[in-house]
Design a protein around this ligand. Structure first.
Ligand code: NAG
Ligand code: NAG
Ligand code: NAG
Ligand code: NAG
Ligand code: NAG
Length: 352
């Protein structure tokens, strides 16, 4: 994501659903040759009543955190939020007895979000465009910049089922604590049925968040092996070198969980813990068999996350922190041939 608050209008949590052509569609079919039909878009966003540029300008002038948002939305609609003409929220229309894939993108500026659908289990098959070992859950946690694909089967009674999006915050930091709602709307005469409800997890549910995060594992099958990089270098990065980076989130001031994104490359999340990373003890518990591979990771409040990658460019992904200048770049040297090197600037590039 770029670092302007103007994008808030366009980016938020986007939820896209495709229906599979076959009810018994298996994970294997999903991977390669599923023809997806009936694309539906549901969008959720972090939303301010004020002009978002005014919000960030004010924060910078005062040297404070910006005002928290006034609502989250699901495909542009916050659902039943007081004082908002929301028409009951976004409706995701589905047919009974089918299998659907939901593409969930957290494009909010600052908040990690929980996602639930009443009476429906979610089978997680992919994060950040990389397959994971499928597992079933009733709650997703997703950080800004992350994507998650979940499969649901619509085998419940004809009716309407509440979808909730709510914040996760396990530090004493102010967040927009409203819940955005949408509904999974079965085709048929369901207007008179009562919407089946689901409560969002408490805002501070570290356990619920960890259950989800700890369930994410790479496929690591014969066809899709997980090639964990052996660490070669910690400081300077010659072309194609492999790097281990420990992200430590134990600041004394506002130690909230932080999403970190690596531009251009995926990384393996080999370890995660609370407190300060212990370089002698902690690597012993690293997962070097099937760690999840992704491009954005939430570093836990008061804890650490160890990642491994080849070459890179990481930055803190809370947009407000980008505004404050919290980003960094690594220089990766050119390799041998043209495909391993940065192309030179065009000869007519204006010189300043
Ligand atoms: C796709 O939509 C059409 C028309 O709304 C419907 O007849 C069909 O059953 C849908 N297919 C799936 C797989 O949901
Ligand atoms: C931020 O919140 C304060 C307190 O509610 C309010 O006075 C101020 O106008 C808000 N700023 C913007 C830009 O909306
Ligand atoms: C949500 O935040 C507001 C403002 O900080 C607070 O007054 C309210 O009690 C909070 N609600 C919940 C459910 O935490
Ligand atoms: C979560 O917040 C609630 C309400 O503020 C509090 O009672 C509870 O102890 C907190 N739970 C944890 C695990 O911190
Ligand atoms: C990068 O390193 C890997 C593992 O050592 C090797 O398989 C691959 O060929 C290298 N790539 C290039 C372009 O040198």
């Amino acid at each position: 994501m770029a670092s302007t608050w103007l994008q808030v209008v366009a980016l938020t949590v986007i939820l896209v659903a495709w229906a599979f052509p076959r009810v018994d569609c298996r994970i294997r079919n999903y991977k390669f040759n599923v023809v997806m039909t009936n694309t539906t878009r549901l969008c959720k966003r972090e939303w301010w009543r004020s002009d978002t540029e005014a919000v960030i300008d004010q924060a910078q002038k005062l040297g404070q955190a910006p005002n928290v948002s006034d609502a989250y939305t699901i495909n542009g609609n916050p659902g039943s939020v007081t004082g908002c003409l929301a028409n009951g929220g976004f409706k995701l229309q589905v047919d009974q007895g089918k299998t659907y894939m939901l593409r969930i993108v957290n494009a909010a500026l600052n908040e990690e979000l929980f996602f639930r659908i009443a009476n429906h289990k979610l089978t997680i098959v992919e994060v950040d465009a990389v397959y994971v070992k499928p597992f079933t859950t009733d709650t997703i946690i997703i950080a800004p910049g992350q994507t998650t694909n979940a499969i649901i089967t619509t085998t419940q009674k004809l009716g309407k089922y509440l979808v909730t999006v709510s914040p996760f915050m396990d530090a004493p930091i102010a967040v927009d604590n409203l819940t955005a709602t949408a509904s999974l709307y079965y085709s048929g005469d369901v207007t008179s049925t009562i919407t089946k409800l689901v409560a969002p997890p408490p805002q501070n549910s570290t356990r619920v968040a960890n259950n989800f995060i700890n369930s994410l594992k790479s496929l690591n099958s014969a066809i899709y092996p997980t090639k964990i990089t052996k660490v070669q270098s910690y400081i300077d990065f010659p072309y194609n070198s492999t790097v281990q980076l420990v992200l430590q989130d134990t600041g004394m001031i506002a130690p909230e969980s932080h999403p970190i994104h690596l531009h251009g490359f995926n990384f393996f999340v080999v370890g995660r813990g609370i407190g300060n990373f212990n370089p002698t003890k902690d690597p012993k518990s690293f997962n070097l068999v099937d760690p999840v591979e992704r491009n954005t990771v939430g570093v836990p409040t008061g804890g650490w996350t160890a990642i491994r990658f080849r070459a890179d460019n990481p930055d803190c992904h809370l947009e407000v922190h980008t505004t404050w200048g919290l980003k960094m770049a690594y220089v990766v040297d050119n390799g041998e041939g043209p495909l391993e090197s940065i192309i030179p600037p065009p000869s007519d590039l204006p010189k300043c």
